[in-house]
Every structure is written in C-alpha cells, then in structure tokens.
Design a protein around this ligand. Structure first.
Ligand code: 4H7
Length: 226
C-alpha cells in the first residue's frame, strides 16, 4: 500500500520510518512518500500561504501549490482517495481504518496555519478525517497516526496476525498481560495463566476483557461491533 503525503514538513515523516512501520517499508509492504507542497510554489519567495479574504487571524494555505502537488501524483487518475486531516473530519475509528486498508494508494493532505483554501476541499478532497476532538498545529501527526493504524492491518506488517482479537475489533478492551518473573513486588501472576489449561485461560481472558470494558469504557458495550 502506498501513502503519498502532501505536507509543508516532509522531514516530520522520518519519525514513522522507525520500528515496525519502518520494517514494513523495508519489506515493501507499504511505501510512505512525503511530497513537499513548497516545491510547487510558483513565486520567487516560495510562498504557499496568504491572508484570509474577509480578514481575521492567521494565514491560509493557497490552493495552487496543493493542487499542483496533487496533480504531480494523481495525474488524470480521479479514483485515488484524498484524505484531509482536519479537526472537522469524521473521527477515525478502527472500522474506518479497515476500509482505508482496502485501497492500494491513498493521498493524505496535511493542513497548517488556519487550514487550506476551501476550494481545494471541494476540488480534490474525498474524505476529511480527525483523530480526536483536540487542536493541533498541523495535520502531520494525524497523518502519521492514520498511517500507523492502517499499516498494521496490512497482511505481513505484524509478525503475528493478532488484529482480529484486539480492542475495537471485537468491541472490547484487551485482557491484562503478564511476563516473567512470576512474582514482582509481592504481586503474583494470576494462577490460571500458569496452569497450562488453555480453555480456562481463554475463559479467564474473556471475563477480564468484559470486566475491564465495564469499568473503564462502559460506553463501548452499547456499540454495535462493525
Ligand atoms: C486542517 C484544518 C487535525 C488542519 C485546520 C489538524 C487537529 C486535528 C489543521 C487546522 C489540526 C485532528 C487550523 C486546526 C488552526 C486548529 C487553530 C491543523 N488539529 N487547524 N486551528 N484533531 N490542526 O485530527
């Protein structure tokens, strides 16, 4: 799967090339391709923002450099999803991530300042996505969150295919995990996990998942599992 990213800060994406996502890119399971919108400025000072019509605080990202950067990637192909990372978007969920993972190419648009000229949203954006109800200085961190969430759903990216059992896929929180030693600061690993009785372990974990969800995120129990 290929993620093209339209951004004013392409260097930020070196952060996501570490760890599991970095390994997935090495293995050519995914490709992350940041494109600097500033390279498409058509004035001698490389300006890509301007004052908002009607006045008010801050600057707005101009349509032309974003459009030209987009065209350099998509050409005449109008079928590639263009996702604008914005606080006004639909809030990202695990089930939205599964849908995005079905595409083999997406373009992510990262806004800065007061956002982009509205005509870019009308002309090229197919979906607006938010990562949560809080304000950030730019869309780059949300784009990296989306790339991480989607990439780990691609077959081969995770060593084990654990994604079917995890939180938000089955609608429950995950059960508690323990590793060696058997006793730490006087706290023992639950006996059942040492028993080797797989059916009892499965039942205990299922109970713990349900108990935790009731305690920590009761609202998840009212949701339908997609
Ligand atoms: C697009 C439009 C995403 C991008 C507006 C982006 C939060 C999220 C941004 C803005 C983002 C999220 C304009 C919002 C200036 C903040 C003061 C960049 N913030 N800005 N406002 N929740 N910020 O996914």
């Amino acid at each position: 799967m290929r993620f093209d990213v339209l951004t004013l800060f392409p260097e930020m994406f070196s952060a996501i090339k570490e760890s599991i996502i970095g390994r997935a890119e090495q293995a050519e399971l995914i490709e992350i391709h940041p494109v600097n919108i500033r390279d498409f400025a058509n004035n001698k000072h490389n300006r890509v923002d301007d004052y908002p019509y009607g006045g008010g605080a801050g600057m707005v990202m101009q349509a032309q450099p974003i459009y030209d950067a987009y065209k350099s990637l998509a050409g005449e192909n109008k079928t590639i999803p263009v996702i604008y990372m914005s606080p006004q978007g639909r809030k990202l969920t695990q089930s939205m991530a599964s849908d995005i993972a079905k595409h083999d190419h997406v373009i992510l648009l990262c806004g800065h300042y007061e956002g982009v000229d509205e005509r870019i949203i009308e002309e090229i954006v197919t979906e607006e996505i938010s990562i949560g109800d809080y304000v950030l200085t730019g869309g780059e961190l949300p784009a990296m969150v989306l790339i991480d969430v989607v990439s780990r759903l691609i077959p081969g990216v995770l060593a084990d295919d654990s994604t079917k059992e995890e939180s938000f896929s089955n609608g429950l929180l995950e059960y508690p995990q323990y590793t060696r030693p058997e006793e730490f600061m006087g706290r023992k690993v639950p006996e059942v996990l040492l028993s080797g009785h797989h059916e009892n372990i499965r039942k205990w974990r299922e109970e713990q998942s349900l108990l935790r969800t009731k305690q920590k995120r009761p609202e998840l129990l009212d949701k339908e599992v997609k």
